[in-house]
Design a protein around this ligand. Structure first.
Ligand code: DQA
Length: 166
């Protein structure tokens, strides 16, 4: 974990660095099952996040892959360069011990997000191999899930409040 300097009000002086991880098939957002995932493309979601992060002096590293091994490699390669992760692991959420181990091994906090409300869908989507390691989980708000997740992670990293705390 990067050393973060704080003043008495618990605000971080150094900008936080966040890795945004997107799993399989999220490259198709915009046209993929809009009734579940909304109509925004992944590029649009990236812009929204960069706008929000930039306003707060937060640096984002954004990544999407359809390949589990590439995703694990990316987590390992970027661990030293981030303070936390914003993770939509997509289908890997429900299947990947390898990704779980990579995130756990990174020692960095993460927020799990989903565009759709996975709990209102098929039973296999109700299980996540990541949630118990996450600071928190946000699901069901389409692209806004990412923004809410980013907000919660920034608050957590800045130590001003627990994720989700008022
Ligand atoms: C998803 C939900 C997953 O179950 C699914 O496999 C996805 C996207 C979501 O953002 O709602 O690909 O993570």
């Amino acid at each position: 974990m990067a050393k973060l300097r704080r003043d008495r009000t618990e605000r971080v002086d150094e900008p936080a660095r966040i890795g945004v991880l997107n799993g399989p098939n999220l490259n198709l957002l915009g046209s993929r099952e809009p009734h579940h995932y909304g109509t925004r493309t992944l590029a649009e979601i990236e812009s929204l996040l960069r706008e929000r992060a930039g306003a707060d002096g937060v640096t984002l590293t954004f990544f999407q892959s359809n390949d589990e091994g590439e995703i694990v490699d990316w987590v390992q390669a970027n661990t030293g360069a981030v303070d936390g992760w914003l993770v939509n692991a997509a289908a890997l959420t429900h299947t990947s011990v390898a990704l779980r181990d990579a995130l756990d091994g990174s020692g960095r906090p993460f927020v799990e997000v989903h565009l759709s409300n996975v709990f209102a869908r098929e039973p296999f989507r109700h299980t996540s191999l990541l949630s118990d390691l996450a600071i928190g989980v946000i699901a069901g708000f389409r692209a806004s899930s990412y923004l809410f997740g980013l907000e919660a992670l920034i608050r957590h990293l800045r130590g001003s409040a627990g994720a989700g705390a008022e």
